[in-house]
Write a protein that binds this ligand. Structure first.
Ligand code: AMP
Length: 417
């Protein structure tokens, strides 16, 4: 495997998998271009070397070809602004060979949405798993996926994967394509490289004490992560909605708080495992409850083991803020996934804000490495304006979570092969 900085791409065609799956409004205006900006260093590296760039991405979940609602064309103008040069567009990702061949050094071509073809994901269309004909349809799409992948690979002498957000998918453009390039002709882009390095720091090159803060709404969506983290962390702070499943399992009264009744045994099992492994599992000792699920709810601070009827646990209380902040501030490696309250309502955002501030302080003053990511955590740290005061904010939601579960991501494995 080579490093992108080792290569001079002069006069070379480079096919780059980017994540341009940006949100668009009803008029096809980009509402958040973070993902496009994140890919710029890699694209500019190839262009500054006088190479030729072929960009490929998916956008949304199209079900047919073409599917104008999911065309990549509307983003071309903005990409031209970001790159400060014209950008060409291929209206069919399978019929771009002539345009690719005509590219001159410093030119950029963007392919239409890869997912217009079922072969990108390798999943049959129009027939669901379990339905008659599914197995045959799957075989057929898998067979034609080889040709699809080969055509994409033929667009470049080099392949760069800079789409961390889809690295957990074994799709044609994210994983299978890498087989067509030898170890000297495939590599991570800068964004992918940074993400992989950040994950490594919290999964493999851990500086202790290591504290993970897992929040969010449900324990069921985080089981595998929690189990993997129990083998690595010194402190595990479990917060957010899942708090109340634990408190109920421990015999608490939780009022109207969110709870997964079928996960009470699992919660007890997690507590036992933490004890067995010597992990300091930290739960809230007080909480802010509301009399309804809204920003204008009446509030009070109570014991999470004894929440009054009609009230719902929505955030951690002041004693817990202090407890969590102290654990965080004593850490050298920090991972945060999931808010500790309904942070979307300002009334219940104080706990998540305190966590964000403690992480920023541990990073700045304590020299800790801090990684924030997955789902709402990014929106949360952005809300408090602290994203630039932590070590790394991941761009990959599902991909980051699977990496923390300890899974090898196909998009990463394919480059390393
Ligand atoms: P997740 O996608 O599982 O990370 O969950 C994130 C969501 O959990 C956010 O939208 C929060 O509003 C929500 N959340 C956090 N704490 C609570 C709580 N105590 N009750 C209900 N929802 C919560």
């Amino acid at each position: 495997m080579v490093n992108i900085d080792q290569i001079n791409f002069e006069n070379k065609r480079v096919v780059i998998r980017v994540d341009f799956n940006v949100p668009l409004d009803d008029n096809f205006n980009i509402t958040d271009d973070t993902r496009m900006r994140a890919a710029l260093p890699t694209i500019n590296k190839v262009l500054n070397d006088n190479g030729m760039v072929v960009l490929m991405s998916h956008l949304g979940r199209p079900k047919k070809n073409p599917d104008p609602k999911y065309s990549i064309k509307p983003i071309i103008k903005h990409l031209e602004e970001l790159l400060g040069r014209p950008v060409q567009f291929a209206t069919d990702c399978m019929k771009a060979a002539d345009q690719v061949a005509a590219l001159k050094p410093g030119e950029v071509l963007v392919l239409e949405n890869l997912r217009f073809y079922a072969e990108e994901e390798g999943k049959p269309r129009g027939v669901e798993k379990g339905e008659e004909g599914y197995d045959d349809a799957k075989k057929a799409v898998k067979a034609s996926q080889k040709d699809f992948t080969k055509i994409l690979a033929g667009y470049g002498e080099y392949y760069i994967n800079d789409a961390f957000g889809t690295a957990h998918r074994a799709h044609a453009s994210t994983a299978l394509i890498a087989d067509y390039f030898d170890a000297n002709h495939k590599m991570y882009g800068y964004l992918m490289g940074k993400e992989v390095a950040a994950v490594n720091k919290v999964m493999n090159e851990i500086q202790h004490p290591f504290t993970a803060i897992m929040g969010g709404s449900k324990v069921s969506t985080k089981i595998e992560i929690i189990e993997n983290l129990l083998t690595k962390v010194d402190n595990l702070i479990l917060c957010g909605g899942m708090t109340y499943t634990f408190k109920k399992a421990l015999g608490g009264k939780i009022g109207n708080s969110i709870c997964e009744d079928d996960k009470l045994d699992l919660a007890l099992d997690i507590l036992a495992k933490a004890k067995e492994k010597g992990v300091n599992l930290v739960l809230a000792i007080d909480c802010v409850v509301g009399d309804k699920f809204g920003n204008d709810a009446n509030t009070q601070v109570v014991d999470p083991m004894n929440i009054p009827e009609g009230w719902e646990g929505m955030d951690i209380g002041p004693k817990t803020r202090e407890l969590f902040a102290n654990v965080i501030k004593g850490s050298k490696t920090i991972l945060w996934n999931g808010p500790c309250g309904v942070f979307e309502f300002d009334t219940f955002a104080q706990g998540s804000k305190a966590i964000a501030e403690a992480i920023a302080a541990a990073t700045k003053e304590g020299g800790a490495f801090s990684l924030i990511g997955g789902g709402d955590s990014v929106a949360c740290i952005n809300k408090f304006g602290l994203a630039d005061q932590v070590s790394y904010v991941s761009t990959g939601g599902g991909a980051l979570l699977e990496a923390i579960e300890g899974k090898e991501l196909p998009g990463i494995a394919a480059i390393k092969k």
